[in-house]
Design a protein around this ligand. Sequence first.
Ligand SMILES: NC(=O)c1ccc[n+]([C@@H]2O[C@H](COP(=O)([O-])OP(=O)(O)OC[C@H]3O[C@@H](n4cnc5c(N)ncnc54)[C@H](OP(=O)(O)O)[C@@H]3O)[C@@H](O)[C@H]2O)c1
Length: 301
Amino acid sequence: MKILVTGMHGQVGHALQQALSNHHEVVAVDREQFDLSDVQAIREAIQTIRPALVINPAAYTAVDKAESEPELTFAINAIAPRIIAEEAARIGAGLIHFSTDYVFDGNKPSPYVETDPVNPLSVYGHSKLIGELAIQSIALPHIILRTSWVYGVHGNNFLKTILRLSAERDQLKIVDDQFGAPTSSQSIAETVSKLVSVWQMNDFTQSGIYHFTNAGSTSWFGFAKAILQSYETKAEQLALPALKIQSSTIGSIVTAEYPTPAARPKNSRLDNAKLMNTFGLALPAWEQGLEQVMQQIRQFD
Ligand SMILES: NC(=O)c1ccc[n+]([C@@H]2O[C@H](COP(=O)([O-])OP(=O)(O)OC[C@H]3O[C@@H](n4cnc5c(N)ncnc54)[C@H](OP(=O)(O)O)[C@@H]3O)[C@@H](O)[C@H]2O)c1
């Protein structure tokens, strides 16, 4: 199948190219070839490439910066998905799009299901929600994957920040009262690859929103501690440099002690049962996703 993948240098875009290229004709595009803030460029690219499926992981993902750049954020996360969906529909293609746990306010005490009421706390979350609604308003085969806390070997992310800060600083404190599922770009890409082969695009009952995270949950502090524990077990064996901060010395704080421009949901946990019930698919446990990424620790850019 001919698949157009946007945001080829992003975490998920990069992993998708690797996971899909063996079985499909992947046309991966970057910002230059496919500028999400340029409506005409999007239309022309899709009409020229004419894929059978568009996968759109590209997005404005700087959550805090989005608070001061709402227009650009909405252009990329809300308007562009609608244009992509319109053009995909015009050529009879399907669309897989990515959304976020940040469409919720985090006040629910248990994991969110797809039908739970949304209430984004930030410009980013609001823009992603409008993108979801825009795609759903257009008649085309579509799957919207809400994921969370994405990290991986490629790109900038929490895992790399923790390793860098742990090497530089004498003290590090991480938020321990926001809960969610760290989800590796590799787990996402491998599961999307399976999804592409089982999704029957002509069955419109399969179109819609799916929660799509690694299984289980932890806090940001719990995730940071697990990253350092994994690093420590590999450090000696692989002759990696010792870090100043260890899993036993990293500290915890609460959200109120770490104010950010954009508010985050305290509960980001997403229930992935619909993905299993519809497609028989599940992403591995977050600890397994982490281990898979840490195995490639030497390749970090
Ligand atoms: N990261 C997370 O924790 C997280 C959590 C939940 C949901 N998600 C969603 O998951 C998806 C993938 O996220 P990710 O972590 O892979 O994001 P990422 O690493 O930040 O990559 C985003 C990509 O979008 C591209 N992009 C930004 N503005 C663009 C524009 N105007 N035109 C074309 N491309 C543009 C970037 O291009 P450049 O390489 O040129 O900058 C980059 O390649 C996104 O939809 C995101 O909203 C992410």
